[in-house]
Design a protein around this ligand. Structure first.
Ligand SMILES: O=P(O)(O)O[C@H]1O[C@H](CO)[C@@H](O)[C@H]1O
Length: 306
């Protein structure tokens, strides 16, 4: 950690060395940081302890700068995150969050691309996450597993308050101030899965039945580290696709038997999702996400821990 912080002190101008807000850009959402002023990019390759992002739609740089109107808020944005499915250790996945904490970040805005499990969520909706289901955490893949390296951090971290109510409400205020239509935003629960495979229909049904609204392969590790470090957390999921969950299985036997009996049937073609589709939606809705985040920064109270 000391080596990373020292490298950053050498690469980032002094006035940007104490960001107030950290941002993590999800798949195809690096454009979020396009409006940073006085921005300085630091490649992950220059930072000891950082790995490389290998997923299309994720760059490998930290961007420092000022965001929002007026004087702006000093922020640090990860243009490209790390996922365990890339082969990165969980400790590497959350390392940038720990670095942000050491630089003084008190609020973190984590964005992601996600598939909709809730049939009421249409593609393009931004979901303000208020809870999560993390099967990997429950089954032993938790970034906080292991010896406590910093005794000042809690051993048993509560997560019932993981998603800041104040920050969530700010998003709705921001949308209201920007006259964003009501249906563009929703609230929901994020299911974290390890990926890199997308869900089968049965898995989608299972996660939906468990109460999840959207599903993705990231975010929860960063949320856990951020909460452990005492940050206020806001998560915004952009719905990039629907997880196709047919109400019932359409039997191939029925289909076959109808065919040989000469009865005309509708052949079922299973829909599939692709990362290209995910990235395309990120490009399409990137501006909405950017305006929302900028407005949240404008509304962030300056006189509190926030
Ligand atoms: O969560 P982010 O990084 O936004 O990306 C999402 O998009 C990718 C799959 O298309 C997965 O990495 C999934 O987690």
């Amino acid at each position: 950690m000391d080596a990373t912080l020292q490298a950053l002190r050498g690469l980032v101008p002094r006035e940007l060395q104490n960001p107030r807000v950290g941002i993590i850009c999800g798949s195809g959402l690096s454009g979020l940081a396009a409006s940073l002023r006085q921005s300085v990019l630091v490649s992950y390759a220059e930072l000891p302890g950082f790995v490389q992002s290998t997923v299309p739609g994720h760059k490998s740089s930290l961007a420092f700068g000022l965001m929002g109107s007026g004087a702006g808020v000093p922020v640090v944005a990860m243009l490209g995150r790390f996922h365990p499915y890339e082969g990165h250790k969980l400790s590497s996945v959350v390392y940038p969050v720990r670095v942000m904490a050491k630089m003084g970040v008190k609020n973190i805005i984590i964005t992601n691309a996600a598939g909709a499990l809730n049939p009421e969520l249409t593609v393009g909706t931004i979901v303000v996450v208020h809870d999560h289901i993390a099967l990997p955490n429950l089954t032993g893949m938790n970034p906080l597993l292991g010896p406590q390296t910093d005794p000042s951090l809690p051993r048993f971290l509560p997560l019932s308050d993981a998603y800041s109510r104040l920050l969530r409400k700010l998003v709705f205020r921001a949308a209201h101030d920007l006259s964003i239509e009501r249906d563009a935003l929703a609230e929901g629960t994020y299911a974290w899965v390890s990926g890199p495979t997308y869900e089968t229909a049965a898995e989608g049904r299972f996660l939906r039945a468990a109460g999840a609204d959207v599903v993705g392969m990231s975010t929860v590790p960063e949320v856990l580290a951020a909460r452990e470090e005492g940050m206020n957390v806001l998560v915004l999921s952009l719905v990039t696709n629907a997880v196709v969950i047919p109400a019932s299985y359409q039997s191939v036997r029925d289909e076959f038997e109808a065919e040989i009996a000469g009865v005309s049937t509708k052949t079922v073609v299973e829909e599939v999702v692709s990362h290209e589709e995910v990235l395309a939606l990120g490009r399409l809705k990137g501006d909405l996400m950017k305006s929302l985040v900028e407005k949240v920064l404008d509304l962030l109270p300056s006189n509190t821990q926030q």
